[in-house]
Design a binder for this molecule. Structure first.
Ligand code: NZQ
Ligand code: ZN
Length: 383
């Protein structure tokens, strides 16, 4: 097992009707900026619950944060936070709202142009404190220190990671997810599933606890992901998906093990270029990436096949092949497409992405061996 350090200060408040706990969790006597997206929270009752719980607080609102949050939108909120001397940010929504709010929290106390946090990876060590009411299980952002922000005029989708943006608290009421359209529910299950894979599907370092924790999350997502399509208003199913997605990327399973993240890196470029949803890009890239990287991932692919997918096959090579086919079949069973052609995209349209990472000085894959040529092969398998 590799050396590691792990820190996670997020207070999780999970369960039915827990949005009411805001009145205890928010700092008294402070100015709060409530951020949200395009209005789903007004339709499903979450907005009303937040307003009720914050009736005694000084709250201003900023709405209109879009999926794959846009820098220009965040910039407006940063200016608002500065002008209004906001003390605390309350993000209410999915990963996009929470990520945007982390960037706003950092930008509000950043000296200079906040865009540098993303494009130049300029370090910073302070941000406004932030709390979150999560409405879409997927990203794990509610319990991690990452954020992803896009700048469409530059064709960029970039991320940062900084301990200053861990939420102080995250409220998760699974009832708030009943209103999710099927597409977003499935996007979320696939995103969480791929997060686990980025931290698990690498090579064996004799870390059986982390492996089995990852396998438990995968198995839960497969079982509950199928259930939620049949019974979207089942509380326990929604709760299990929500908690599994949080564990997918609170980084516990990454302790002491190699990580990949190439599927995400390539996927972000597909979103930036073609506007595909985050989860959609992952379902296209990951099975193809596994084909290209099969040799290095074979032991783990075979373990996954046997322990998670219940494959009875003694030969690692064959078990690995079955794992790839079955994973794609699972995505398809959820109604998630797994080919570029399903979105009318040709592999050649993606080839411009192949050299991007080298140009940015980033090596992809757990061994840093995903060359531009291999990225082209991935698009070829994915077409
Ligand atoms: O904007 P509103 O009206 O709220 O509608 C949203 C949005 O249209 C809707 N929605 C959210 N909760 C709902 C709901 N509709 C009905 N009922 C509800 N309860 O769903 C749509 C998608 O929301 P979004 O927040 O964009 O989805 P998600 O949570 O999947 O977040 C995706 C973003 O997170 C980033 C992605 O790249 C993408 O930008 N990620 C963040 C990560 C992190 N911070 O650690 C890691 C991930 O890998 C990912 O990259
Ligand atoms: Zn993701």
């Amino acid at each position: 097992m590799f050396n590691f350090s792990y820190k996670n200060p997020v207070e999780v408040v999970f369960g039915k009707d827990q949005i009411a706990a805001l009145s205890d969790l928010l700092p008294k006597g402070k100015k709060i900026l409530m951020t949200y997206g395009g209005g789903s929270i007004k339709k499903n009752g979450v907005y009303d619950q937040v307003k009720k719980a914050t009736a005694d607080f000084d709250v201003i609102e900023f709405s209109g944060i879009e999926p794959n949050p846009e820098y220009e939108t965040c910039k407006k909120a940063i200016d608002l936070a500065k002008n209004e001397k906001v003390d605390f940010i309350l993000a209410v929504g999915g990963g996009s709202v929470v990520d945007a709010s982390k960037f706003i929290a950092a930008g509000a106390l950043f000296d200079g142009d906040a865009w540098d946090i993303l494009e130049k990876a300029t370090p910073f060590n302070k941000a406004l404190p932030l709390g979150c009411v999560l409405t879409l299980p997927a990203t794990g952002t509610e319990m991690n220190n990452n954020a992803v922000v896009s700048r469409r005029e530059k064709g960029l989708k970039l991320s940062f990671c900084n301990n200053a943006v861990f939420p102080v608290f995250s409220i998760m009421d699974p009832q708030a997810t009943f209103s999710l359209p099927t597409k977003q529910t499935v996007n979320g299950v696939v995103d969480a599933f791929v997060h686990v894979m980025e931290q698990y599907m690498t090579y064996d370092v004799n870390a059986p606890l982390q492996d089995r924790q990852a396998e438990a999350i995968l198995k839960t997502l497969i079982e509950e992901g199928k259930k939620v399509l049949k019974n979207p208003n089942d509380y326990d199913t929604r709760a299990n998906i929500m908690w599994a997605a949080t564990h997918g990327l609170n980084k516990m399973i990454a302790c002491g093990v190699p990580q990949d993240w190439a599927t995400h890196a390539i996927g972000h470029e597909l979103t930036a270029k073609f506007g595909l949803d985050h989860g959609q890009t992952l379902a296209v890239v990951m099975p193809a990436l596994w084909q290209v990287q099969k040799e290095g991932k074979k032991t783990k692919l075979a373990n996954y096949a046997r322990r998670v997918l219940d494959v009875v096959e003694g030969d690692d090579d064959k078990a690995a092949d079955i794992a790839i086919v079955k994973t794609e079949a699972f995505f398809n069973e959820l109604g998630m497409k797994t080919k570029l052609s399903d979105y009318g995209i040709k592999k050649e349209d993606c080839f411009f992405i192949a050299p991007i990472f080298e140009q940015r000085g980033r090596k992809l894959g757990e061994n840093g061996d995903i060359t531009p040529e291999k990225i082209k092969q991935i698009f070829t398998f994915a077409q």
